[in-house]
Design a protein around this ligand. Sequence first.
Ligand code: FMN
Length: 316
Amino acid sequence: MLRIAHLSFSSPLILAPLAGYTDLPFRLLCRMHGAGYCVSEMISCHGLVYQQEKTLEMLKSVDHEKPVSFQLFGADPETMVDAAEILASYKPDMIDVNMGCPVKKVTKNGAGAALMTTPDIAEQILTKICAKVSLPVTVKIRAGKDSTHINCAEFAKMAQFSGVSAIAIHGRTWAQGFSGTIEKETISAVKKAVSIPVIGNGDVHSFRQAQKLMAETGCDGVMIGRAALGNPWVFTPKGRPSTLGEILSGAVTHLQLIEQHLPAERIIGYVKSQMCSYFKGLPGSSRMRKEIFSAENIVDLKHTMETFEEFSNTNE
Ligand SMILES: Cc1cc2nc3c(=O)[nH]c(=O)nc-3n(C[C@H](O)[C@H](O)[C@H](O)COP(=O)(O)O)c2cc1C
């Protein structure tokens, strides 16, 4: 069983943070399908300190999604500590610090994966946050800057020494972004370097692949990101259902959760793209996509999806 500090989880499979996706409805859905816990989208330390409306909207949570981890990003140690205290007041179960994001908007300010090239600053951030906040703090890292600067094992030791309770490692370098393949050896190396739980991440598409990654690297848990989009069943041993009716019912549950927790009508474009992701690769998916995108509002969208149900009945 995966344990982090005093917390224990029903599954070692975790929903990875995905900016623009791991909002409250999607986290709830993934928890319903067995994710041990879910990580929020990355939250800006400046947005928190300056109480920006958009940032505060990202902190929406409900008790029944617990356990949940909120992820923080930034590069200035003092601002990060102030932001972590604000984040803790919203009562997540854990705070994760982003030291792996390769996106320019984040790294140009020294945050995300850039912190792996400035371990002194990273150490200050982690030490100060761990000293100030009583919640378990975790960190998400990469293999290193590029293939000639793989420093994840030393970096993980520093993180453990700074007081973090677990380390998630995406087995790619900053230079790789999201392309190429993960190096499983980097996950094994981190596992060997520390005594706290290690969560492996990258390119896991099924429950079985997650178990394989744990067996091969010794990691204690696995984070799944992209493979969960339109497929929250990835956290279950059975995986994605085989009938359109079941897939549709999962998509509709997601839609209902969005309606319950987000201004669905205001973000209809986002809702439509979420709904489309469920049908990717299925027979007739391009027709469904067209119909979904031609819906004018949520009522219309629901009606369109009911038509898919008829389509599924005639095709089964
Ligand atoms: C659209 C998108 C958004 C992401 N947002 C975040 C983020 O907010 N914080 C973070 O640490 N990683 C973020 N990541 C990286 C993922 O958490 C994960 O490490 C990466 O996608 C590899 O795992 P996967 O192959 O299971 O998707 C993002 C990745 C994608 C594709």
